[in-house]
Design a protein around this ligand. Structure first.
Ligand code: CO
Length: 200
């Protein structure tokens, strides 16, 4: 059997099991979504949002891109963020990076990969900004610290969007979190204090 056919089989089985335990599961979800959380994470196949935090379809609104970057010029990310905040009224936005991120490693080691190099310039800026601190670290520790600094920078970027500033100015209760995931043990760590307003 071709591998992709197995996916369709898995899906049928999954839908069947869901219906057996919760007959209304799909009919309820097909009418609306009402997630409490938004996730901004890396594309990496080893960091699947729903699975690692035990959430079902409908419980988290997800945006993923290479190296979990929130760029003020990225209409894709900003559109997802605005929809989550203004329409879905999520209560928590989680920016989640991960250690050993390929995008961050490419920046650390100045590896050329293609179009993505232009996207990763955002992380080169962070690397330059923290050059003094990073200089004192060994290879793996340096990459992992840059992974952390990237999450912190992207949390700040989320908080500085007009979307969050307007929401907070209107008294909307929405918190921004910075987390990082360790591939080697599957554990998430909170990196930044929870941001509940415009001050950082
Ligand atoms: Co990554």
């Amino acid at each position: 059997m071709e591998t992709y056919l197995k996916l369709l089989e898995n899906n049928k089985q999954w839908a069947k099991e869901k219906l057996e335990t919760k007959p209304e599961f799909f009919t309820r979800l097909s009418k609306t979504q009402n997630p409490e959380f938004m996730w901004i994470g890396c594309c990496d196949s080893r960091v699947p949002a729903n699975q690692i935090i035990g959430l079902l379809p409908g419980e988290i609104f997800v945006h993923r891109n290479v190296a979990n970057i929130v760029s003020h010029g990225d209409l894709n990310c900003l559109s997802a963020l605005q929809y989550a905040v203004d329409v879905l009224q999520v209560r928590h936005i989680i920016v989640c990076g991960h250690y050993s991120c390929g995008g961050v490693t490419a920046v650390d080691q100045n590896i050329r990969s293609g179009i993505v190099d232009n996207w990763l310039r955002h992380i080169h800026d962070i690397k330059r900004e923290h050059a003094e601190e990073l200089k004192g670290l060994e290879n793996e520790a340096r990459v992992n610290r840059l992974c952390e600094l990237n999450v912190l920078a992207q949390v700040r970027n989320v908080c500085e969007t007009t979307i969050l500033r307007d929401a907070w100015a209107q008294g909307q209760a929405v918190a921004v979190h910075g987390w990082i995931y360790r591939l080697s043990d599957g554990i998430l760590h909170e990196l930044s204090p929870v941001q509940r307003g415009p001050k950082i």
